[in-house]
Design a protein around this ligand. Structure first.
Ligand code: ADP
Ligand code: ADP
Ligand code: MG
Length: 498
């Protein structure tokens, strides 16, 4: 049954709220946005046709307050809710309540969210479907001694993961048996804090993997499609910072196998809407199911740029009960797209989030680039929300060109006024290892030294000053003019490249 959507309430904030509004307006659909007291000056607060203030306080009283949000949707006559990512997007109880209130949830069924939103239950299901998952333990027994035995059976190193996990939280690697107990306790504590559920699972820790994920899209008529892969191996704290499509590591044969596995899952669970099947690719070419995200992903723009599709439009199409307007053969990956996530954080201090006032964001005129940004000049970045400021995406006919354009565009996107990872991202994009496609999940750790800001050590400074003085003395004693530069780094070519 099809039902045209006329008004969407967006149960989210920042760049993703703006992203959904953009497509909704293009489709002639009205939008309703939410904001908290402290967000009054943020663009999403006034970008909807109507806006509602959620007040202030803890997230559970604002963006996670299911009853309040559904109440607003009903009172303003919205007929659908888009959850964005994070927040309530993977809460089956929310999807269920939205439906019970007679509204359309723009996402999969509560049953699919329940089944796939939990890492433990989803692994059991995908094993039934015959898709390989990482060797490990994902049963109900949570006793320390039992889990320890299982860890030994799997073989160290193992990764302890929160079953309800997301955003890299509640994960611990164990290399040695003696670390197991404290790592387990740490993971459980973090999981309980972040997700209200301390259930964990164990996985064999793959030491040199790539993160490859398949974008899927299914309609309510049993049509299941894939929109190819994204590689998201460049991560810090188990969270992605650079994503691209296609992956430099995926051959046509491997792509065929991975996308077939993804479709096996979506058709096997009768999925509907947009989703992502995350896979881990080992160095020998074998791959394993990692998890499924039953929502729109942060990095969806790279898929949009290589396929020319609008994923939010497709989500709305599916939610209205319409058929997806293509066949698998119509879909093509064209050229190459790369996304960087610009965060308010300090890469020189363990990527700790930073706060402050955005003095100037900047604009770029580099062709084929896109900035999805949740802020405008003058906005404050606080600790209340995720420190992601914006996503900058580029497209090029080749990976090389896309990387070059992205690097040029990053020169223009300044985010003056607070500490960001902008320069760090530029360093990654210009590293030869990045160009060679040596993108493993330990990239950031492996090239830690090369990616460090080039601040000279005390010894280097002393050497530079000595060399400078020596050179100055020599040139004056030769009767030549003294070195003009007033900065030792400028005058000593070569030294800066250490
Ligand atoms: P993706 O899986 O789309 O690549 P992430 O895993 O980084 O992206 O998570 C998407 C966003 O949702 C991030 O901004 C992250 O901080 C947030 N997030 C993830 N899990 C949760 C959660 N359980 N509660 C609230 N926010 C979350
Ligand atoms: P989240 O829900 O936080 O996104 P994931 O299970 O998707 O958690 O894992 C996040 C990241 O952690 C992966 O992209 C990968 O880099 C790393 N990771 C997860 N599982 C493993 C594993 N078994 N071995 C090695 N790395 C892993
Ligand atoms: Mg993940």
């Amino acid at each position: 049954m099809t039902k045209k959507i006329n008004k969407i309430l967006i149960a989210n904030r920042g760049e993703i709220a703006l992203r959904v509004i953009q497509t909704a307006h293009e489709m002639g659909i009205k939008t309703v946005t939410l904001y908290t007291d402290e967000e009054i000056n943020l663009p999403h607060a006034s970008a909807g046709d109507e806006s509602f203030n959620l007040g202030s306080g803890a997230l559970k009283d604002t963006y996670l307050n299911q009853e309040k949000i559904i109440g607003i949707a009903q009172s303003c006559g919205a007929d659908a809710v888009h959850p964005g990512y994070g927040f309530l997007s993977e809460k089956s109880s929310f999807a269920k309540k939205v439906r019970e209130a007679g509204l359309i949830f723009i996402g999969p069924s509560p049953e699919s969210i329940d089944l796939m939103g939990d890492k433990k239950t989803s692994k059991t299901k995908i094993q039934e479907l015959g898709v390989p998952s990482i060797p490990g333990y994902h049963g109900d027994n949570q006793e320390i001694s039992f889990l320890m035995k299982e860890a030994k059976k799997i073989g160290l190193p193992v990764l302890i993961k929160a079953s309800a996990g997301g955003g890299g939280k509640g994960m611990r690697i164990v290399y040695d048996e003696s670390e197991f107990q404290s790592a387990l306790e740490g993971a459980k504590r973090e999981a309980l804090n972040a997700f209200g559920d301390e259930t964990v699972l164990l996985e064999k820790y793959i030491t040199s993997p790539r993160h490859i994920e398949i974008q899927v899209m299914s309609d309510q008529h049993g049509n299941h499609f894939h929109l190819f892969e994204r590689e998201c191996s460049i991560q810090r704290r188990y969270q992605k910072i650079i994503e691209e499509s296609p992956s430099p590591a995926v051959t046509p044969e491997l792509r065929k196998k991975m996308t077939e596995a993804a479709i096996k899952i979506t058709s096997g669970i009768n999925y509907e809407g947009a989703g992502t099947i995350e896979l881990i690719l080992d160095t020998d070419g074998s791959f394993y199911f990692l998890e499924m995200n039953t929502r729109l992903q942060v990095e969806h723009p790279v898929t949009e740029m290589v396929t020319g599709l609008d994923l939010v439009r497709l989500q709305i199409t599916v939610a209205q009960g319409d058929k997806l307007p293509f066949t698998q053969n119509d879909l093509k990956q064209r050229g190459h797209a790369i996304e960087v996530r610009i965060y308010a954080e300090d890469p020189d201090n363990e990527f700790l989030p930073s706060i402050g006032l955005i003095k100037k964001i900047g604009k770029t005129t580099v062709r084929d680039t896109r900035l999805d940004c949740g802020y405008i000049d003058g906005n404050a970045v606080t600790i209340s929300f995720d420190p992601m400021l914006a996503k900058l995406i580029s497209w090029g006919e080749s990976r090389e060109v896309a990387a070059r354009k992205l690097n040029l565009a990053l020169n223009d996107i300044l985010f003056l006024g607070l500490k960001t990872n902008r320069d760090y991202l530029k360093r990654i994009l210009t590293l030869p290892e990045f160009h060679n496609g040596e993108t493993y999940t330990h990239f950031v750790k492996t090239y830690e030294d090369k990616l460090q800001k080039k601040t000279p050590s005390k010894e280097q400074t002393a050497m530079a000053v000595a060399a400078f003085l020596l050179k100055k003395n020599q040139s004056s004693s030769n009767g030549q003019s003294a070195v003009k530069a007033n900065n030792v780094w400028e005058s000593l070519s070569g030294f800066r490249n250490i």
